[in-house]
Every structure is written in structure tokens, then in C-alpha cells.
Design a protein around this ligand. Structure first.
Ligand code: SUG
Length: 418
């Protein structure tokens, strides 16, 4: 088995728009009502994937979901033509692009049965995201359908909110070796919802067959959620033996770091002090919503949103970091502004799976040629702009559905397979 980390990026769907649906997500709320650019958004995502291939990384994709979600509306006793405006926006959301919220993933080396486990996230806190899991589960069952290597679980039942890998970190000496899995949950009581419930995280750990002595449950700092870090991946990211986190990411960092060091003495904890980068700067620049990746030469790189480069305090801190002798040696800024405007940085757009690529349905893997196929369809069929008022247009719904179908077809999916 050739275990590699594969980043599966959600392709931005043709209905990408700014409806301001995510309370507690400052970017989404402050951009509500703006004109979106779905074509540009999807092409930015493809460009990020292409750049990651050029870095020598293995790249996968998750596909846009069929929107509007007619089944969901039918279950609500309505249809896209008749639904009240608010429900319509929920049914049309392209939020499946944020693949870090698709599932929680435990590699084979961590699980009792030696298989890679994936639990689809229920995303029940936000209405527009609560109906994503059906489409995601269908894709996971196809992509990871080989039951010798993978176990794909349905969602943790309500009312326990689960937002997937965005609240999960894994530390290990190398990707293929057994790791320490860290589940970060929030406690209710603040101004915004705590989307990840501890009960849900514990359920996922049990379903995946994780060893208790290699699992940690850590509370996210309430002040981080209040400052707009609606997921842990807005204030922390881990890769192999490195944990990169903001000083105010966790409710009790000292206890957490001590527990982690006891389980993994080799861990390298890089904590960014609030005095250098405030929580507000961390949330607006999304410096922690970076893909922290191991390059083929064994060094690590941070694939960051351009917004991090535009913030002088953040960028100065990062430049000092890579000038030192630590594991992170390279900064790779990437332009994903359209997704960022809805609160989704480079790390939100991808789901990490450690597996042998040959065990994955190859239609979910991409090289430069397959990305070029995607680009051609997006350039031709994705709408250039959507104003939230456009979401009422019946002719547009059909165009957006057809655009997605064309993409699936060129990527070799059968009609109605997804
Ligand atoms: O769930 N935004 C997403 C952003 C998800 C980011 N993911 C991670 N941090 N991993 C959310 O809040 C905005 C949609 C709108 O307002 O139309 C939205 O759903």
C-alpha cells in the first residue's frame, strides 16, 4: 500500500451566491446581498488544485450537488417554484464546496479494523447545510466504495451537531503511521451557535474504532467562536507532527498541549501569540485556514489565502516563521476570494484523506488534463454573476442544473449516478 494524503477539493457549484445564510460567519453575513461570480469562484478553486498538483501533491475532487434540492423542498411540503424566498436560498446554496465539512476521516492506521473510516457530517446547525449530507454520502460511497479499505458511515443523529473535518485534527509522525486524533467541540452559551457538539465527536470516535489513549476531545475557546471562528480550522491546523494554532484557539491550551505532549513527545507546537496577531486579524486574514502540507522533499508548506498576505502583521509573522528553523518552510498564497467572501478559505475547500490512491474510484482523482476538462465546462456553462434576487428565476434553475450535469458527464459519471 502506498499511503498518501489526498486533498479532495469541493468544486464550486454554479449556484454560488451571497445570501448571508450563516449566522456567526462574519464574511458571509457582511457580504450578504452582493453579486457573486460563480464562474470565477470555480476557476479559482481549479487554479488552487492545479498549483497543488504542481507542488507534487495528490489531488482529488468532490462534485457540486444537484441544486435546487427538490427532495428537501418536497419533504418540507413545497417546491422551488412555490417556496418562500428564504427556503429557496437554502435549497440553492452551493455550500457543498466546503469539503472540510463533508466528513470526518480517520486513516486506516488509526482504526481498530485497519480500514479508513469516514463519517459524513450532519451539518444540522445551519438550514442550508443540513441537507448537504445526502449528496455528500452518495459521493463518499462511490469514491470510497471498496469495503476492503474503507468504511463510510451515515450521519450522527440529531440533535448532535457535527461539522466534520473542520473540527478535527490529526497528528502523526508521517501520514501513514498511527496518529493522535483531536476532536474540537464548542459549548453553547455564546453569541453564536457552537456547531460541533462533543457528543457528536465522541460518537464519531467510537464509530471509527479509535483507541481512547490516542484520542483527545478539546474544547474550542468560547472567545474564538465569538470572534467569528465558527469552526476550529479558522484558528488551528495540524499536519504530521506540527500543530499550528492561535493562542486563543482552545479553552484550556495548557492542559491540551500537556496531554498532547504526553501522547506524542515529538509534537512541534507553533502557537501564534495574540500580541502579534489578534483573534480579529486571524479571522479576517484566515491565516490558519491554510492547507498545511508535507511536500515531496519532506518539508512543510502553508497554502494560504491571499488575504493573509494582504495583512501586514500576519504576513510579517509568517515570514519570520519560515526564516526560522522549524518544519514550515514555504508560504504559498492562493486567490480564493469568492469562497473567502462566504467564509471559506483554502482549507475549507478540501477534505483530507490518507489512503492509497489506487483504492479510490479514479473519477474522483484529477491530473492536469482532467482539471482542464473541468475548466472548459465551467468557462462555458457556469454563470458569470448571480445577484440574490436572481434566485427566483425558473429558467436559471434549469441552466444551473444542466451546467452541473455537463460537468459530471465529462468526468465520466453516468446520468443519475449522483
Ligand atoms: O458553513 N459558509 C460556510 C463556510 C464554511 C467554511 N468551512 C470551514 N471553515 N471549514 C459556513 O458557514 C455561507 C453561505 C451563505 O451565506 O450563502 C456558508 O455557508
Amino acid at each position: 500500500m502506498m499511503m498518501r494524503e489526498i486533498n479532495f477539493d469541493g468544486i464550486v457549484g454554479p449556484t454560488h451566491n451571497f445570501s448571508g445564510l450563516s449566522f456567526g460567519n462574519f464574511a458571509a453575513i457582511s457580504n450578504a446581498g452582493r453579486v457573486s461570480r460563480p464562474r470565477e469562484a470555480a476557476l479559482q478553486g481549479i487554479a488552487k488544485m492545479r498549483a497543488n498538483l504542481d507542488l507534487g501533491l495528490v489531488q482529488g475532487i468532490l462534485l457540486p450537488h444537484d441544486r435546487p434540492n427538490d427532495t428537501w423542498l418536497r419533504n418540507l411540503g413545497t417546491s422551488i417554484a412555490e417556496a418562500p424566498l428564504a427556503l429557496r436560498a437554502n435549497a440553492l446554496s452551493a455550500s457543498a464546496m466546503w469539503a472540510a465539512n463533508a466528513a470526518t476521516v480517520s486513516p486506516a492506521s488509526d482504526a481498530a479494523d485497519g480500514r479508513c473510516h469516514l463519517t459524513v457530517a450532519n451539518l444540522i446547525t445551519m438550514p442550508h447545510r443540513s441537507h448537504e449530507w445526502t449528496g455528500t454520502l452518495a459521493q463518499l460511497r462511490l469514491a470510497f466504495g471498496d469495503a476492503r479499505h474503507f468504511a463510510v458511515h451515515g450521519p450522527v443523529p440529531a440533535p448532535f451537531g457535527d461539522e466534520g473535518a473542520a473540527n478535527h485534527m490529526r497528528l502523526s509522525l508521517t501520514h501513514g503511521k498511527p496518529g493522535i486524533e483531536i476532536f474540537v467541540y464548542g459549548e453553547p452559551g455564546g453569541p453564536f451557535p457552537a456547531r460541533q457538539h462533543r457528543v457528536a465527536s465522541e460518537a464519531v470516535a467510537r464509530l471509527h474504532g479509535l483507541a481512547a489513549e490516542r484520542t483527545l476531545f478539546v474544547q474550542q475557546a468560547p472567545e474564538a467562536i465569538a470572534a467569528g471562528a465558527f469552526h476550529n480550522d479558522v484558528v488551528a491546523v495540524a499536519n504530521e507532527h506540527v500543530l499550528f494554532a492561535h493562542e486563543q484557539a482552545f479553552a484550556d491550551s495548557e492542559a491540551f498541549y500537556a496531554a498532547l505532549r504526553a501522547k506524542m513527545p515529538e509534537v512541534e507546537i507553533i502557537e501564534v501569540p495574540s500580541a502579534a496577531v489578534s483573534l480579529e486579524d486571524a479571522v479576517s486574514s484566515y491565516l490558519f485556514n491554510a492547507q498545511l502540507v508535507t511536500l515531496p522533499d519532506g518539508t512543510m508548506a502553508l497554502i494560504l489565502p491571499m488575504e493573509a498576505k494582504r495583512n501586514e502583521r500576519v504576513w510579517n509573522w509568517l515570514e519570520e516563521l519560515i526564516a526560522g528553523n522549524g518544519s514550515i518552510r514555504k508560504l504559498v498564497p492562493t486567490e480564493v476570494r469568492e469562497s473567502m467572501s462566504n467564509g471559506g478559505g483554502p482549507a475549507c475547500l478540501r477534505l483530507r484523506v490518507v489512503a492509497d490512491p489506487s483504492t479510490v474510484d479514479p473519477r474522483f482523482l484529477v491530473d492536469s488534463d482532467r482539471l482542464a476538462l473541468c475548466e472548459r465546462v465551467i468557462e462555458r456553462s457556469w454563470p458569470e454573476r448571480i445577484h440574490p434576487d436572481d434566485l427566483v428565476g425558473a429558467d436559471l434553475w434549469q441552466c444551473w442544473r444542466d451546467a452541473r450535469r455537463t460537468l459530471l458527464k465529462v468526468l465520466d459519471f453516468l446520468p443519475d449516478e449522483l
